[in-house]
Design a binder for this molecule. Structure first.
Ligand code: ZN
Length: 686
C-alpha cells in the first residue's frame, strides 16, 4: 500500500486545506501490480454501477469519478515517478506490466457505453443547465473524450482499438527504456588525461567518479547528456568529439553497440499503430487526431506557420553558419566543418565574439542561489513566498521539498526538486504532478509538483553550479511548477495537466525571460571562489550573446517540428516512407549545417515517440508565440517586474488551468488574440 501523509491546514482566510504527500519508504514494488489491479477492478465496478443508475448528479458522476481516479493516480503516478528518477530492474518490469493494465483499463473506460450514456443523459438533464462554465466544460470534454476513444464504434473495431492502444503503450515504454539503457551500454575508459583537454572540470570530476565507482584509474565517459554536451562543446580532441558524437547520434539504433536496443523498428510500429487508430476514429491521420484537443486550428495552419518561420530564419541561419565556417578556418585551422565540430566551434566563436563561456558563467550560479533568485522573482511578480520544508520525506538524499505561500499567506501547494543526473534517471528536465488540486467537501487538497533536472551532481560541495543555459532550464521548469501549484480550480479534470498541449509551454517559456535580466542575474550569483556577484560587464556580454545563433537554433526546432508533423500527418500505411528519409528531405530544405550521413536522430527523439509530443512538437514554437506576446505585455509598461501584469497573468492564465479554453484565457489577459510579431521581434527575425 503506497502510503500518503496529510497535514491539515487552516488558511488565514479560515478555509480548510490539506497538504498531502507520499511516504516514500512505504513504496513496495512487490505489491504494485496487485494493488493496481485492485484499483482497476474497483474502477470498472464504479463505471458499471454508474451505468445501472437511472439519474445522475454532478457529484455522483464527476466528483466520485475524480475521487477514484485520484486514488489510482496516487499509486501509479508515484510508481512511474520512481521509475523515472530511481529505476530498478524490478520496478521497470512491474511498471511494464502496469502499463498494459492501465492502457487496457483506459481503453475500456473510454469505450464504456453505459458511462457515456450517463454523461449524455446528464447533459440533457436540468442540473447541467445550472452548472458553471468549468463544470459544463468537464461534462462536454468528457463526452468528446468518449467519442475520441471510440465509444460509437462496432464491437470489432472497439476491440481492435483496444489492442492498438495497448500495443502503442508498450512500444513507447520500450522506446524510452531502450534510451535509458543506451546511455550506459557505451562507455569509454580514458586513462590519459590529455585526451580530455578543454573539457570543464565539473564534467571531468563526474567522469572521474564514474571510474572510481568501477575501481578503475582515470575517467569513464558515458552517453549521459551532461557528459556528451561537455565533450561536444569543449573537447579540443577532435577524434574524441567525433567518437562521442557518433555514439550519441546512433544510440538506440541499429548502428549502436547493442542492436537489440534499436528503436528504428519501434518508430515504424508506433507510426503505423497511431495511424490505424486515427483512421478507426474517423480522422484522416494521427496529426488530425492529435490537434483535435489542441489550441491550433488545423494541421495545414500549423505547417504554414512553421514554414513561414522557416523562411524567415533561413537567411539569418545561413549568415550565422558562414560566420562559423570562416572562423573555424581562420582561427582554428578547421578547413571543413564536420557535424561534431559545430558545438565546439560555436562555443569558441561565442567566446571570441562575446567573451562568454558557459564554464565561466557556471562559476557564478550555485543552484541554491538560483532557486532563491526564482523565489524572489515570483515574490515580486506574483506576491508568492517559497520555503523549504526539511520535514517532508523525499526519495533520495539531496532532493528538496518546498512550500509555496501567496501574498495573503495562504499555502498554495508544494513541490519537490530533484536536480542532478545519475544512472537510471530519465534524461532532460521535466515537471510532473504528484498531487492534484481538488476540493473535497469543504477542504481544498493542495497541489504538489515534481521538478526534475539532470545537472552535474556536485562532488564535495552541497551546491551544484549551473551554466546559464541550465539556469534558464530551472526558470522554464519553474513556470510549469507554478502553473500546477498556483491553480485554483476545484476539480482535477480542469487543472493545468489538462491545458491544451500546444499552449502548456507558454507559462514556462514566459519565465525564461527573467533569467536574462541584469538585476536577476546579480541576485542569483555568487562566485565559487570569491563569493562575488556576477560583474556588470559579464552580464552585458551574456545578454549581448543571447541572440547568438538564434536563427540556427530556430531552424533546428522547426526541423524537429516539421518532421514530427510530416511523419504523423502524412503516413501512408500502404506505402510507408522510411522515417530517416523524411527527416533527410526536410533537413536538406531547412538545415544550413552539415549532416552526418549515418545520423539516427529519430531513434533518440523520445519527445515524439514516447514523451506525448507525437504530432505536437510544434507546440514549443506555438507556445513561444504566446510567451513572447505575454512578456511583451510587461515590456510595454517599462517594468518587467510589473506586479499588476503579474497579477493579471496569475488570475487569467495560471489559476484558471483548463477551466476554459486557453485562447479565452489569453484574450482575457492580453485583450486580443496572440500575434506572431512579438516573437519575431524578440528573436531578431523581423
Ligand atoms: Zn516545458
Amino acid at each position: 500500500m503506497m502510503k500518503f501523509e496529510s497535514q491539515a491546514i487552516v488558511q488565514p482566510s479560515g478555509t480548510k486545506a490539506v497538504l498531502t504527500y507520499p511516504i516514500w519508504e512505504g513504496f513496495d514494488v512487490k505489491t504494485l501490480i496487485q494493488e493496481l489491479s485492485e484499483y482497476l477492478k474497483n474502477g470498472r465496478a464504479f463505471a458499471d454501477a454508474i451505468a445501472q443508475k437511472e439519474s445522475h448528479t454532478f457529484a455522483s458522476l464527476v466528483l466520485a469519478g475524480e475521487e477514484f481516479g485520484e486514488e489510482m493516480r496516487r499509486l501509479w503516478g508515484t510508481a512511474m515517478h520512481l521509475s523515472n528518477v530511481l529505476q530498478t530492474d524490478e520496478l521497470r518490469e512491474e511498471c511494464k506490466k502496469g502499463t498494459v493494465l492501465i492502457s487496457e483499463y483506459y481503453s475500456d473506460m473510454g469505450q464504456h457505453e453505459g458511462m457515456y450514456r450517463a454523461y449524455v443523459a446528464f447533459k440533457n438533464a436540468d442540473e447541467y443547465q445550472t452548472l458553471g462554465s468549468a463544470e459544463k466544460k468537464i461534462i462536454d470534454d468528457t463526452i468528446d473524450d468518449f467519442k475520441r476513444s471510440g465509444v460509437a464504434l462496432s464491437p470489432e473495431k472497439k476491440a481492435r482499438l483496444k489492442t492498438i492502444n495497448t500495443t502503442h503503450a508498450q512500444l513507447t515504454e520500450d522506446f524510452e527504456n531502450h534510451l535509458v539503457d543506451a546511455q550506459e551500454v557505451w562507455a569509454k575508459h580514458v586513462v590519459d588525461a590529455s585526451v580530455l583537454v578543454g573539457i570543464p572540470n565539473d564534467a571531468i570530476a563526474q567522469m572521474r567518479t564514474k571510474a572510481e565507482e568501477k575501481k578503475l584509474p582515470g575517467y569513464i565517459l558515458t552517453l549521459q547528456q551532461p557528459v556528451v554536451f561537455a565533450v561536444l562543446e569543449h573537447a579540443d580532441n577532435r577524434q574524441l568529439r567525433e567518437e562521442v558524437f557518433v555514439m550519441y547520434n546512433t544510440r538506440a539504433s541499429e548502428l549502436g553497440p547493442k542492436p537489440e536496443l534499436d528503436n528504428g523498428p519501434l518508430i515504424k510500429e508506433i507510426l503505423a499503430s497511431v495511424d490505424e487508430k486515427a483512421k478507426l476514429l474517423g480522422f484522416a491521420n494521427y496529426a488530425e487526431l492529435s490537434l483535435d484537443t489542441k489550441m491550433a486550428p488545423s494541421v495545414s495552419e500549423v505547417l504554414a506557420f512553421l514554414e513561414r518561420l522557416a523562411a524567415k530564419s533561413k537567411d539569418g541561419a545561413s549568415r550565422e553558419y558562414n560566420a562559423l565556417v570562416q572562423f573555424a578556418a581562420e582561427k582554428l585551422g578547421i578547413a571543413e566543418l564536420m557535424p561534431w565540430d559545430i558545438g565546439y566551434v560555436s562555443e569558441k566563436l561565442r567566446l571570441a565574439e562575446y567573451n562568454v563561456s558557459d564554464e565561466e558563467l557556471r562559476s557564478y550560479f550555485p543552484s541554491t542561489k538560483v532557486f532563491d533568485g526564482v523565489f524572489g522573482l515570483i515574490g515580486k511578480i506574483y506576491g508568492m513566498r517559497v520555503e523549504e520544508d526539511v520535514n517532508i520525506s523525499v526519495w533520495r538524499n539531496g532532493v528538496k521539498f518546498y512550500r509555496v505561500y501567496d501574498a495573503l499567506n495562504e499555502l498554495r501547494g508544494g513541490f519537490y526538486a530533484d536536480l542532478y543526473a545519475r544512472e537510471k534517471k530519465r534524461g532532460g528536465a521535466w515537471m510532473d504532478d504528484c498531487i492534484v488540486r481538488r476540493k473535497i467537501g469543504e477542504v481544498v487538497q493542495l497541489p504538489v509538483a515534481y521538478l526534475n533536472c539532470n545537472f552535474i551532481e556536485p562532488k564535495e560541495e552541497s551546491d551544484g553550479y549551473l551554466t546559464h543555459a541550465e539556469v534558464e532550464t530551472v526558470f522554464h521548469e519553474f513556470g510549469h511548477v507554478l502553473h500546477h501549484v498556483l491553480g485554483t480550480t476545484e476539480y482535477s479534470s480542469v487543472g493545468m495537466m489538462h491545458v491544451e498541449w500546444d499552449a502548456v509551454e507558454c507559462p514556462s517559456q514566459v519565465m525564461e525571460n527573467w533569467c536574462w535580466d541584469k538585476d536577476m542575474l546579480k541576485s542569483m550569483s555568487s562566485n565559487r571562489e570569491t563569493g562575488e556577484v556576477i560583474p556588470d560587464e559579464l552580464c552585458d556580454r551574456l545578454i549581448a550573446a543571447k541572440y547568438f545563433q538564434t536563427a540556427m537554433a530556430t531552424a533546428r526546432q522547426l526541423e524537429f517540428a516539421i518532421v514530427d508533423l510530416e511523419l504523423y500527418g502524412k503516413y501512408d500505411p500502404a506505402n510507408p516512407r522510411e522515417p530517416n528519409e523524411v527527416l533527410s528531405e526536410i533537413r536538406k530544405r531547412i538545415r544550413v549545417t552539415p549532416i552526418y550521413s549515418n545520423d539516427r536522430f529519430l531513434t533518440g527523439f523520445s519527445h515524439i515517440f514516447s514523451g506525448g509530443y507525437g504530432a505536437g512538437y510544434y507546440s514549443y514554437k506555438w507556445a513561444e508565440v504566446l510567451a513572447a506576446d505575454v512578456f511583451e505585455t510587461y515590456m510595454e509598461t517599462g517594468n518587467i517586474f510589473n506586479p499588476g501584469i503579474g497579477a493579471r497573468f496569475l488570475t487569467e492564465v495560471l489559476e484558471v488551468g483548463s477551466a476554459r479554453p486557453i485562447m479565452e484565457s489569453f484574450k482575457a489577459f492580453r485583450g486580443r488574440e496572440p500575434s506572431e510579431d512579438a516573437l519575431l521581434r524578440q528573436t531578431g527575425l523581423m
